[in-house]
Design a protein around this ligand. Structure first.
Ligand code: TXA
Ligand code: MG
Length: 329
């Protein structure tokens, strides 16, 4: 176990980017901001570094990683693009979209990162710090969310620190992220498939494709067998406190995760109250979601009661993460 490492934390600037690239080249583990959530990066071609990455997160190694690259040209070196993939990449990269594509025959990404699949998940992030690190490092970087496996994804450097200090080499602190939920994952199979709702709303993708995304088969959601999105374990993104959804009132010793201008019965007696977006804005709610779940998790409440969140736009990703948080561990 690599617990006991000294984890350096640097504010995002040129020196930190250079240090991050050097650290990755030496097989180190570097957390850095993307526009969605903080990622924990390792050199995608270095199986030893990837093994340590799985270990640092406590992640089951059958759960494959997303390869992050600087541009479409770099993505084409590791993945095969059909017309649909090209259309989506040109419309949405850089941005919060991950494409699952067939690997190229000379794909430089270590098999350990793709968990033995013949497909690879690829993304071009939009965050300037992520882009600078990718540019300086010069190769693909695999990066899962920089949290302990099963925990809520980190949207600030402090979240990364609280999960992974002593387990990784470097945290580049670029402040709070803007999107707040992970990238949307689309499998470019015969029919383009929504494998994970995320920071790019389904409707925007369907508008570009001119047709609806298909859903994965129901059992893609559990950890038995060979799910299409192996990481979509039902219990994921979970705080330690129990989460109760669609709350219409607050019960004794509950904390409240509110949404919108209205209140619910019992709110004044709640252990703590945080509102994802008092004006009912879904982008703002997504940006606050994981930070507020983490904060309410520290209040010693019996449960976190969550008010209903509308399902359109980013609401689909928010409700997906809330549902997983409610399943618990
Ligand atoms: O926004 C994001 O996507 C963040 C930032 C850091 O880029 N990353 C992220 O990675 O959320 P992670 O590892 O927490 O989630 C990646 C998901 C997992 O559910 C994994 O199973 C799925 O992508 N995945 C990776 N490769 C796959 C493949 N070849 N086929 C299907 N699913 C795949
Ligand atoms: Mg994750």
């Amino acid at each position: 176990m690599n617990v006991g490492l000294k984890t350096l934390i640097l504010p995002a600037n040129e020196a930190a980017v250079a240090k991050a690239a050097r650290c990755l080249a030496e097989g180190g583990l570097v957390a850095f901001p993307t526009e969605t959530v903080y990622g924990l990066g390792a050199d995608a071609a270095n199986a030893g570094a990837i093994a340590r990455l799985y270990e640092a997160k406590g992640r089951p190694s059958f759960n494959p990683l997303i390869a992050h690259v600087g541009d479409i040209a770099a993505a084409r070196r590791i993945a095969r693009f059909d017309a649909t993939a090209t259309k989506l990449a040109e419309a949405f990269w850089p941005g919060p979209l991950t494409l699952v594509l067939p690997k190229t025959t000379d794909c430089a990404v270590a098999d350990l990162a793709t968990a033995g699949l013949d497909t690879i998940a690829v993304r071009v992030p939009a965050h300037p710090v992520a882009r600078a690190i990718l540019r300086t490092f010069g190769g693909p970087v695999v990066a899962p969310s920089a949290n302990l496996s099963g925990h809520v994804s980190p949207t600030s450097a402090a979240h990364v620190q609280s999960d992974l200090a002593g387990r990784i080499d470097l945290i580049v602190d670029g402040g709070a992220v803007t999107v707040g939920v992970e990238s949307t994952i689309v499998g470019c199979f015969e029919e383009p498939m929504l494998l994970r709702p995320g920071g790019l709303p389904r409707g925007e993708i369907e508008r570009v494709l001119g047709r609806p995304l298909v859903r994965p088969p129901e059992d893609a959601d559990n950890d038995a067998g060979q799910p299409l999105a192996p990481g979509m374990l039902a219990s994921h993104y979970a705080p330690r406190t129990k989460v109760r959804l669609n709350a219409e009132s607050v019960e004794t010793n509950e904390a409240l995760l509110a949404f919108g201008p209205d209140s619910v019965r019992g709110a004044e007696a709640a252990t703590a109250v945080m509102n994802l977006s008092p004006r009912g804005d879904l982008s703002e709610a997504a940006a606050h979601l994981f930070g507020y779940l983490r904060a309410l998790d520290t209040k010693g409440a019996r449960a976190i009661a969550v008010m209903p969140v509308p399902h359109h736009g980013l609401g689909e990703a928010i409700n997906d993460r809330l549902r997983r948080a409610a399943i618990g561990r």
